[in-house]
Design a protein around this ligand. Structure first.
Ligand code: 3PG
Length: 205
């Protein structure tokens, strides 16, 4: 997981409402320089959308998001996702992910949650919901006791604050929906999404 986050410092978090949007959406992100995509399992269209992207957008590195159960983790593995992300974590998810060896990013928002993840062998976490729980201030505080732990910060991140996260020693990447606003997806404005992706990817070049 660490390698994926290091290679892709900005991860678009997408919600697919219409299956037919999945491929053009992914193509516009890849064309804009963001090849990694977290497709949230929040909609009935998500699973078919993931399958379509994997089949039809060869440059895309697709992961599942909002993974809240062992069965969703298992499904992500079977679909051919490259990784799975959870907003939090449960003991059963941590155990299943560890035993499967799959690239898994559990969510944390406190020191105790980091400690529980470490007990299960994880040292890289989604920090969520970043802005709401203390943002860069909390991340800096966590760096003291957990010097080797790395984070992907998500939740409330956009163009205005993305660099303040990426400049932290313990942040490998950030995720967010600002690159794929639901309004643009609904209106199928793919070139605008490509422009937002280019704008985001140029920040890290
Ligand atoms: C999520 O899982 O919802 C992500 O963290 C996205 O958060 P955002 O919509 O605030 O960018």
């Amino acid at each position: 997981m660490k390698e994926i986050l290091s290679e892709y410092p900005i991860i678009p978090v997408v919600v697919i409402e219409q299956i037919e949007d999945a491929v053009p959406l992914a193509k516009s992100l890849v064309a804009g320089g963001l090849s990694v995509i977290e497709v949230t399992l929040r909609t009935p269209a998500a699973i078919a959308g993931i399958e379509d992207i994997i089949k039809n957008v060869p440059g895309a590195v697709v992961g599942s998001g909002t993974v809240c159960s062992e069965s969703q983790l298992q499904m992500s593995i079977e679909l051919g996702c490259k990784f799975a992300v959870s907003p939090g974590a449960t003991n059963s998810l941590l155990k299943k992910a560890r035993d499967s060896g799959f690239n898994y990013l559990p969510g944390v928002s406190s020191a105790s949650e980091v400690m529980r993840g470490l007990e299960y062998g994880f040292d890289t976490f989604k920090f969520f919901p970043a802005e709401a729980v203390g943002g860069t201030t909390l991340l800096k505080s966590l760096h003291g006791p957990f010097g080797d732990v790395k984070f992907c910060a998500t939740g409330g991140i956009g163009l205005d604050n993305v660099m303040s996260y990426l400049s932290l020693a313990n942040v490998l990447s950030v995720g967010g929906s600002w690159i794929t606003p639901s309004k643009l997806i609904k209106e199928k404005r793919w070139s605008e999404i490509e422009r937002l992706a280019s704008q985001a990817s140029s920040l890290t070049q």
